[in-house]
Design a protein around this ligand. Structure first.
Ligand SMILES: Cc1cc2nc3c(=O)[nH]c(=O)nc-3n(C[C@H](O)[C@H](O)[C@H](O)COP(=O)(O)OP(=O)(O)OC[C@H]3O[C@@H](n4cnc5c(N)ncnc54)[C@H](O)[C@@H]3O)c2cc1C
Length: 478
């Protein structure tokens, strides 16, 4: 098949039967649950783009593996052009959905595996790459979505996996069988796990040589026996369930905690087991790709925020205020710097031994550090421009109430000639853009916390040549 339509994607999720809990209840119908559906719709946008004449040339490429057109979300980059396309598609999607589209995490795992499984095989004569390629073909043929099971719950952060009082706080192999392995553990903040057909699990950190049980990478269907998705709260989640005051009328984000309660993984789906020194390679490659993805989609989200701020200025009658225009410019340049760094990391990418292209990690991490601070600043500017109703706008239910509704509509008008209802809708969207915790916290912690970006920048930068340049100018010879 190669490329699914959005409608086919949504129907394909109906065939899955995952174990799901949300707000204390078991959820049997994921696809029609309004909270989860809003997240599925966001991932659906990645399929929708592939159907639209304006975007399909960017989103679809030919697969060198199955010799069919595929959605780029299932195609690890085989050229600089592919690396650049990742960023452009993410920006388009960030702008289109105004939240996280949730499909980049699985793609970034696939990109990391495409490079590292090859390197492990070269060193140990294993067959991980062959298995991974078969998995990738399966993903490409079906145009499936995967999510990234990377972040372990981790227990005491000062202790390594082996030293934890309960070793299950890092996902590990608990049994080896003739036909595969059994794993136990839990992965936190699993963006879009129920919008996905497969979960790709990678280790979350560097491991010591004796921590072989934790050095495991694999892929399993999201409804495998023993997998339990517990959907987390997000600040505005009840709005979707109640169908009221949603702000973003179509899209949202959710991040379950996913428990692996003795889950069987057949050997053909195991992409690393025991080669502890490669755990860090997988983490570094995944995180670098994922930090680059953020540079694209968060720039797109700022595009949406700029649009909302400018519209609000029009609705409030402040569009000529010079200080507000300056603030809009301050939002735009933040988006462009993020995007620029992310694009630059693509252009500076290089081919790896497996033939897959990898980005420049320093630029990708610089982009992510920038995001952590500057998304917050862009949100602050949008709120400053828009006014206090971002905080406490009366509910649509009060606006529809026969007694108080007409009074509210009388007093919530803005500039003359502007329909009060439009102004209210735009405030609601701005509230969602600014305060949807499942998305805004990912600006800081998604793809790793800011200290991880700093450490990577220092480790990967050419420190020696910088020192030599300075000493040369100062006339110092060692
Ligand atoms: C909205 C959202 C979506 C996400 N989506 C995904 C996803 O789809 N898949 C996925 O796998 N992960 C996902 N993540 C997880 C993300 O990668 C982690 O949140 C991030 O790596 C931080 O881990 P943590 O949350 O456990 O915080 P912690 O690791 O506890 O970090 C908290 C703070 O403590 C510091 N710290 C932690 N340990 C140490 C130590 N030993 N020494 C010194 N300082 C330390 C950190 O630098 C940080 O400042 C998502 C996160 C968020 C918020």
């Amino acid at each position: 098949m190669g490329v699914m339509t959005k409608a086919e994607y949504i129907e394909s999720l109906r065939k899955l039967n995952p174990t799901v809990y949300m707000f204390g209840q078991k959820i049997d119908n994921v696809v029609d649950n309004p909270r989860l559906r809003a997240g599925i719709e966001a991932t659906g946008a990645t399929y929708e783009l592939a159907e639209l004449d304006d975007y399909k040339d960017l989103v679809i490429r030919q697969s060198e593996l199955i010799n069919e057109p595929i959605n780029r979300f299932n195609g690890p980059p085989m050229s600089i052009e592919d690396l650049v396309a990742r960023v452009k598609i993410n920006r388009l999607l960030g702008k289109r959905v105004g939240t996280c589209h949730q499909r980049c995490t699985g793609m970034d795992c696939m990109c990391a595996l495409a490079i590292v499984t090859y390197d492990v095989d070269q060193k140990y004569g294993t067959e991980y790459h062959k298995r991974y390629i078969e998995f990738l073909k399966y993903m490409q043929r079906n145009d499936f979505t995967a999510n990234a099971g990377v972040t372990d719950v981790k227990g005491d952060r000062a202790l390594s996996p082996r030293d934890q009082p309960d070793p299950d706080v890092y996902l590990r192999v608990v049994e080896e069988r003739e036909d595969g392995i059994v794993v136990r553990g839990a992965k936190a903040h699993q963006t879009g796990s129920l919008s996905s057909h497969e979960i790709i699990v990678l280790p979350t950190r560097a491991l010591k040589p004796d921590e072989t049980d934790f050095a495991v990478a694999f892929a399993v269907p999201t409804d495998s026996p023993g997998i339990i998705h517990v959907v987390g709260r997000s600040t505005l989640d009840m709005r979707e369930l109640e169908g009221c005051d949603r702000g973003n009328q179509r899209y949202s984000k959710y991040c379950p905690t996913v428990i692996f309660d003795n889950v069987f993984v057949p050997w053909e789906r195991v992409f690393l087991y025991g080669e502890t020194e490669f755990a860090v390679d997988l983490v570094v490659k995944f995180s670098a790709f994922h930090r680059q993805s953020h540079g694209g989609c968060k720039a797109g989200k700022i595009d949406c925020m700029v649009g909302a701020a400018l519209t609000m200025m029009e609705y409030n009658g402040t569009q000529k205020a010079g200080h507000l225009k300056q603030k809009v410019i301050d939002m735009i340049h933040r988006a462009e710097t993020l995007y620029g760094c992310s694009l630059a990391s693509s252009y500076e990418g290089a081919e790896q031994p497996s033939g897959v292209f990898f980005i420049d990690t320093v630029l990708a991490n610089a982009s992510k550090i920038h995001e952590g601070k500057e998304m917050a600043e862009a949100i602050r500017l949008m709120i400053d421009i828009s006014g206090g109703f971002v905080a406490d706008l009366p509910s649509d239910r009060d606006l529809d109430n026969d007694e108080v509704g007409p009074l509210l509509k009388k007093y919530l008008v803005g500039a003359s000639g502007i329909d009060a209802e439009k102004r209210i809708k735009m405030y609601r969207l701005i509230e969602k853009l600014a305060l949807e915790s499942a998305d805004t916290v990912s600006d800081i912690h998604g793809g790793g916390s800011p200290e991880a970006h700093r450490i990577t920048i220092f480790r990967e930068s050419d420190i020696k040549s910088k020192k030599e340049a300075a000493k040369n100018l100062a006339g110092i010879r060692d």
